[in-house]
Write a protein that binds this ligand. Structure first.
Ligand code: 8YV
Length: 325
């Protein structure tokens, strides 16, 4: 029997097992069926009961789902990025939305730095070279690009971008950034546009939030400004980069390399990249450590519990902060 009898929680999309278990055991949560027919039947039968949705980048809450839940009061997002939630539709209905900032910044920044090093030094490719027995037959692996003291551009100097900059600053890198707003007390050099930033650096790291405002911020013009000696790293959202233009630039040698953790249509990754040794491909593992995922799950549950008990969230998204204060 639920400990929260008057509120019904709906899990949308897969969740890490411990979190799914808590939602089941402590909240008697429903799980939204994946099959479209079953989903429609579930929503017409139970939609009116649901007051809270718990979701992530994989599930999300679009306008149609929000509309199908007339008593929805809160959307609790597991993850810092909430571009899979239609926040405008939620705000119009007075529905509160939370995410999980801060607790994952270190893990994602570690991933970004790992991708920078792996891409520029080609460690994954060199590992494949050893395993294929090519060292003994072909001799030394070709020389690669040095990371220390290189020029780094961070696109989006939020919490994660700042954690990345801090790490690469310790590598002696010259850090520049572009951001929606210039940051008054930042120790890093502000550059007016993504294109100008790309022109000035050896490696451009995408750390901007996803969503309509940042879609294809990195397009063919920005990639050409980065040029044949430049590297692109993306740990943010696939939507921020024009993926077709990126594949084109990489396959035609107009870019030195790329390290990617995120893609336009996950889990589908452009197969044209599979044979390129100057490209490192990760399966969206930026926050994927046991410690960080446990912290994200705990913050997700704190938000849910706090809202159900008090009507207030611990970490509301910026668009909802006014109505929470
Ligand atoms: C995912 C992420 O939430 O926080 C984000 O925005 O993209 C990730 O941490 C995580 O992979 C669960 O889907």
């Amino acid at each position: 029997m639920s400990t929260h009898d008057r509120s019904r929680v709906l899990q949308v999309g897969p969740m890490m097992p411990a979190l799914a278990q808590s939602l089941h055991d402590d909240y008697d949560a429903y799980v939204l069926p994946g099959d479209p027919g079953e989903r429609a039947a579930f929503l017409s039968e139970h939609g009116g009961e649901i007051t809270a949705v718990v979701t992530s980048v994989v599930g999300g809450a679009d306008a149609a789902l929000i509309e199908a839940l007339p008593n929805l009061a809160v959307i609790v997002n597991f993850g810092v990025g909430y571009d899979s939630v239609d926040v405008d539709a939620a705000v119009r209905r007075g529905i509160a939305v939370s995410n999980t900032p801060d607790v994952l910044s270190d893990a994602v920044a570690d991933t970004a730095v790992g991708l920078v090093i792996d891409t520029m030094r080609q460690f994954s490719a060199a590992d494949r070279f050893v395993r294929a027995g090519r060292w003994a037959t072909e001799g030394m692996y070709p020389l690669t690009r040095e990371v220390s003291n290189s020029r780094v551009g961070v696109l989006g100097l939020g919490r994660i971008g700042t954690a990345i900059a801090k790490r690469l600053n310790a590598f002696g890198c010259a850090i520049s950034y572009h951001n929606r707003h210039r940051i008054a007390d930042s120790p890093y050099r502000y550059v007016e546009s993504p294109e100008a930033l790309a022109r000035d650096v050896d490696v451009l790291i995408v750390a901007a939030a996803g969503g309509d405002a940042s879609t294809h911020l990195v397009d063919s013009t920005v990639l050409d400004a980065l040029g044949p000696d430049g590297y692109l790293i993306n740990i943010a959202r696939g939507s921020v980069v024009d993926e077709r233009a990126l594949v084109e630039a990489l396959t035609s040698g107009r870019l030195a390399g790329a390290g990617l953790d995120v893609y336009a249509d996950e889990p589908n990754v452009p197969e044209a990249l599979f044979g390129l040794d100057n490209v490192v491909l990760l399966p969206h593992v930026g926050s994927g450590t046991m410690q960080t995922r446990a912290a994200m799950a705990a913050l997700t549950l704190r938000n849910l519990e706090s809202f159900l008990q008090t009507g207030r969230l611990v970490t509301p998204v910026p668009e909802c902060r006014a109505s929470q204060s």
